[in-house]
Design a protein. Structure first.
Length: 262
């Protein structure tokens, strides 16, 4: 992706973050006193299962590495998928310690199983097309005329896509509905679709896709909450990991991957 596209993607995230500054949520609340650093915790050890939205995979791989650098006796095992899929797994008894969702709605499904969710990042949508843009896509309206893949409606990127398209008055009959945003981007990059709606963070640094920032993208913002889980097998490490994500160091890593402030 060239520099001008990267600036456009990061620019829409910045505008979205500013728009969020005056918004309140009835679900997870932003952390008002996030730790300034990811300081190591005394005596933390063992395995830590972190269930996280697919769009967080790059950032959370780096966060997990930084966390274990400071807490070498902890082994972090990230599990990535669509937030709705992860919630279903957790509600069915999957052994998770931490859950990071790409939207507040899926975190709320866990109810008391999620301890004090806190917002930690934000994201917006872009149109991804294969390199060379063979379908000649320029606007959201074009998605109705080409082979388009979208996230399933129960997945955060799918719900956001539906809102974005509805706001633009565009109706799309998708070629497929995917269970996470990674699957959408994979099909677009492989040329199996002419376009797809993905998160702005997913396309940063990619050379196999091109990006169009659609009109109205800054008005459809996903806010990401994170929480330690009530049934965590390693509650001390879970609490420490959440604190690290909310810390200046964790927030810096997320910003490097293009995420906006919560």
């Amino acid at each position: 992706m060239n520099r001008s596209i990267r600036r456009s993607v990061l620019g829409v995230l910045a505008v979205a973050a500013l728009a969020l500054s005056g918004c309140a949520s009835q679900g997870a609340e932003p952390a008002t006193e996030a730790p300034s650093t990811g300081a190591p915790e005394e005596g933390i050890s063992g395995d830590l299962a972190v269930y996280a939205a697919a769009s967080l995979s790059g950032a959370f791989d780096e966060i997990a590495a930084a966390f274990t650098d400071q807490n070498p006796d902890v082994t972090v095992s990230p599990i990535y998928d669509g937030s709705s899929t992860l919630v279903t797994q957790l509600l069915e008894g999957a052994p998770g310690d931490v859950f990071a969702s790409a939207d507040e709605a899926n975190m709320e499904k866990l109810d008391d199983a999620a301890l004090d969710p806190a917002l930690f990042a934000s994201n917006t949508l872009v149109i991804a097309v294969p390199a060379g843009n063979p379908g000649g896509v320029e606007t959201l309206a074009d998605l109705a005329e080409v082979t388009t893949v979208l996230c399933a409606p129960e997945v955060p990127c799918g719900a956001a896509s539906a809102t974005l398209l509805s706001n633009a008055g565009v109706s799309v009959a998708p070629a497929s509905l995917e269970q996470n945003v990674t699957a959408v981007l994979t099909k677009v990059a492989a040329g199996e679709a002419d376009a797809g709606l993905v998160y702005a963070t997913d396309v940063i640094g990619r050379d196999d896709v091109e990006v169009i920032v659609p009109e109205g993208a800054d008005e459809v913002v996903n806010r990401y909450p994170i929480a330690a889980l009530a049934e965590a097998a390693n509650p001390e490490a879970a609490e420490a990991f959440v604190a690290f994500v909310l810390s200046d160091e964790g927030q810096g890593i997320l910003a490097d991957f293009g995420f906006g402030a919560p």
